[in-house]
Design a binder for this molecule. Structure first.
Ligand code: 13P
Ligand code: SF4
Length: 348
């Protein structure tokens, strides 16, 4: 598709959100990316947080962490360009080692992934021997290599319940752990580095003090203020938000679950407590619905991924994800166990 046809397609989707001159400029880059993608036999995966112009022009598949992991495991293309953050691109490499996996950002970090190391997990395992260990997918490969299973926001409770065990170590997001504890009826302790193991404590989730630097900032006061101004607003919160925020919301789920909720809901106005670009993407898809914007809180890591960087990733084959084979093989087991469990509701 040439730049003019790309522009027409983007204009149809984004004409009410983005000024025309910007759509034109982005359509030029999108057409170049799509040409390079064909030439190099690449697939582009785009997380739901990508900015609207990128989200609606270059990815072959969009979705949440679980959906994109599955797609990465199944692609027959030579190159996977992952428009998301590093831990997501790493998961793609874990599942498809023979592919070249590219992250269109030098760092593409995540405060949750940065909150825990493989040594931390080894230490926890030695303090709580025999206790199953679950880690959120927002961690690096060496951490995944140390655990029994991963989970995403789509299946965290199902993964915890899959053990049939009284006690589970759940890492590293303390808010997700608390939200899972509430959903599963378990309760949670946070061991300090110096605390001794007490085998008589009837804890059920052993957590870690990691937080998403975006979702931790939303407050119940934000929700109350929004409801005061827009009494009909439906509030949706990602489960990385603090538990009181999730409780004060009308719905909580993974990024894709929230996208689907808005699409299927009969309500007219929504506030989505997550990275702001996703609200824009939902607005573009649902012109009949109002999205209340709360855009002062952004994910700096997801926002490193731009159309220019995505084009350069394909042009210069950068930035390649590499994982030592020994770590990859161990991490793969944790990811594959998670994929076998699926998303919430899939087995219903
Ligand atoms: P999802 O798996 O719900 O897409 O979440 C990923 C993420 O990083 C949210 O901040
Ligand atoms: Fe990590 Fe939070 Fe950014 Fe998601 S939004 S990538 S959890 S820092």
């Amino acid at each position: 598709m040439d730049a003019e046809s790309t522009y027409i397609q983007m204009k149809e989707k984004l004409g009410n959100l983005i000024p025309d001159f910007e759509i034109r400029a982005k359509a030029e880059i999108a057409a170049e990316i799509n040409r390079l993608k064909r030439e190099k036999n690449a697939v582009i995966l785009g997380h739901n947080y990508m900015e609207p112009a990128l989200f609606y022009s270059v990815p072959d598949h969009v979705g949440d962490s679980l959906e994109l992991s599955r797609t990465a495991a199944q692609t027959d293309k030579d190159i996977i360009v992952f428009c998301g953050v590093r831990f997501m691109a790493e998961t793609a490499k874990i599942l498809s080692p023979e592919k070249t996996v590219l992250l269109p950002a030098k760092k593409g970090g995540c405060s949750l992934a940065a909150s825990i190391t493989a040594d931390d997990v080894r230490e926890l395992k030695s303090r709580f021997p025999g206790v199953p260990v679950v880690t959120y997918i927002n961690t690096y490969a060496d951490v995944k290599a140390e655990v029994d299973i991963c989970c995403t926001s789509s299946n965290a409770s199902a993964v915890v319940e899959s053990f049939g065990s009284d006690t589970v170590i759940f890492l590293p997001d303390e808010y997700l752990a608390q939200n899972v504890a509430r959903e599963t009826g378990k309760h949670i302790i946070f061991p300090t580095r110096t605390a001794k193991t007490d085998s008589n404590v009837d804890y059920q989730l052993i957590g870690w003090h990691g937080r998403c630097e975006v979702h931790e900032k939303f407050t119940v006061e934000d929700i109350e203020n929004a409801r005061r101004q827009f009494p009909d607003v439906m509030v949706l919160a990602h489960p990385e938000c603090p538990p009181d925020v999730v409780e004060a919301s009308d719905y909580s789920g993974s990024t894709t679950a929230m996208v689907k909720f808005v699409k299927d809901s009969g309500s007219e106005r929504f506030l989505v407590l997550t990275e702001c670009s996703m609200g824009d993407n939902i607005a573009a898809e649902n012109p009949d619905k109002e999205m209340v914007r709360m855009c002062s809180i952004r994910c700096p890591h997801m926002n490193e991924i731009t159309m220019e960087e995505t084009r350069d990733a394909l042009l210069y084959t950068q930035y390649k994800i590499e994982i030592p084979e020994e770590i990859r093989l161990k991490a793969k087991k944790s990811v594959e166990r998670m994929l076998a469990i699926g998303a919430k509701g899939e087995r219903d």
